[in-house]
Design a protein around this ligand. Structure first.
Ligand SMILES: *Cc1c(COP(=O)(O)O)cnc(C)c1O
Length: 360
């Protein structure tokens, strides 16, 4: 039996990638702002309708660059429900994560809890658009303005999702995205950064490439660049994005129709004018015993869903201090992301649903 994972990377028709790779041979240019990278950035500017965008090495270095160029220090209020890179990038930049709990409906940072966590040391809010559904961006902007805080969004899941017709990656001072192979749109490894002013863009551009341009050394930088081969994968994949999302939508709708919702819960957004990218299909079970039993039975038929996110980040073992976040801890314990990709078959969905419904 073929192994089915929580997701499967999309691969474009090989000729389409090869045609782009042939251009790399012709250009003799492999990295450092090559022609394919510039072309991908151009395409991303169009797709996200944002002029300020940079293609970077991955979604984690994107977060680190964001924290660095905003010159953050002290405490950053952040979400306990995300991938560990959201928290570790804060720690990596020698800042302290302060966790506030999440909403029970969309699993995003609960904006109403932020103000109580602000101290004189707070410099920013770093929130994740969990599973691609947007945070309460207006409320968070209001709080940030009132308390003079910066806002970074980890939009690793949000490529292709829009709120009021605007890309979800266009909020906050800086938004980051991941183009890792497991994401809806990928460049094998990769990511991007968007920001809301030209000075930030300049600082990000410089910091991405060692902080210098030729012999002019402007600032401390790092290697956050990406290559022509990764840009080629992005250029090959981008034209397929719509059909990838359409297939994921179809699969998601089949789960919607067949899972037993009397015994399960799934996150939802309260925003009306929202277009989803169908990045994940998480369901929440009533308790951990059930989720572990379901995982065991699915694994027995070679199906590997993923506890995502688990554990809650406020419970990471290497934190010196942390805050209790009961909503997040409970969801992290009981949530399972089901198989979802551009070519998840109906047969897979039916097998997954049958096992889940029989165990509730
Ligand atoms: C995937 C992911 C990242 C990390 O992105 P990479 O490109 O793998 O470095 C960060 N945050 C979240 C929420 C993610 O899902």
């Amino acid at each position: 039996m073929e192994r089915i994972n929580v997701t499967k990377a999309f691969l474009p028709p090989i000729e389409e990638y090869q045609a782009l790779v042939a251009q790399i041979w012709q250009n003799g240019w492999l990295t450092n702002d090559g022609p394919l990278l510039l072309k991908l950035e151009e395409a991303l500017r169009g797709k996200l309708e944002n002029d300020r965008i940079l293609f970077v090495g991955n979604g984690t270095v994107a977060l680190q660059l964001a924290i660095k160029v905003l010159e953050l220090s002290g405490e950053i209020i952040t979400t306990p429900f995300s991938y560990c890179a959201t928290t570790t990038s804060i720690l990596w930049e020698n800042c302290t994560p302060v966790f506030t709990d999440i909403n029970a409906h969309d699993f995003n940072l609960n904006a109403e809890l932020i103000e109580a966590a602000i101290t004189p040391k707070t410099t920013a809010i770093l929130a994740t658009h969990v599973y691609g559904r947007p945070c309460d961006v207006e409320r968070i902007a209001e709080i940030a303005k009132k308390h003079n805080l910066k806002v970074i969004y980890d939009g690793a899941h949000a490529f292709g999702a829009t709120l009021n017709g605007i890309s979800v990656l266009n909020f906050g001072d800086i938004s980051t995205c991941s183009f890792h192979a497991t994401k809806v749109f990928h460049t094998t490894e990769g990511g991007c950064i968007t920001c809301n002013n030209d000075d930030l863009l300049l600082q990000l551009r410089r910091a991405r490439s060692f902080g210098h341009v030729n012999d002019d050394y402007y600032r401390v930088g790092i290697n956050g660049k990406n290559s022509e081969f990764h840009a080629a994968m992005g250029l090959a994949n981008l034209p397929h994005l719509e059909s990838i999302i359409a297939n994921r939508k179809k699969t998601s709708e089949l789960y919607d129709e067949t899972l037993n919702w009397e015994k399960l819960f799934k996150p939802f957004t309260k925003f009306e004018n929202f277009e989803y990218n169908y990045a994940y299909y998480p369901v929440v079970f009533k308790d951990e015993t059930t989720i572990l039993q379901v995982i065991k039975e699915l694994n027995a038929v070679n199906i590997y869903p993923r506890r995502y996110f688990y554990p809650a980040l406020n419970q990471l073992p290497y934190l010196e201090n942390s805050q209790a976040c009961p909503v997040s801890e409970k969801i992290a314990q009981n949530v399972l992301s089901l198989p979802l990709s551009h070519d998840t078959s109906e047969e897979t969905v039916r097998r997954v649903v049958e096992i889940i419904n029989a165990n509730l």
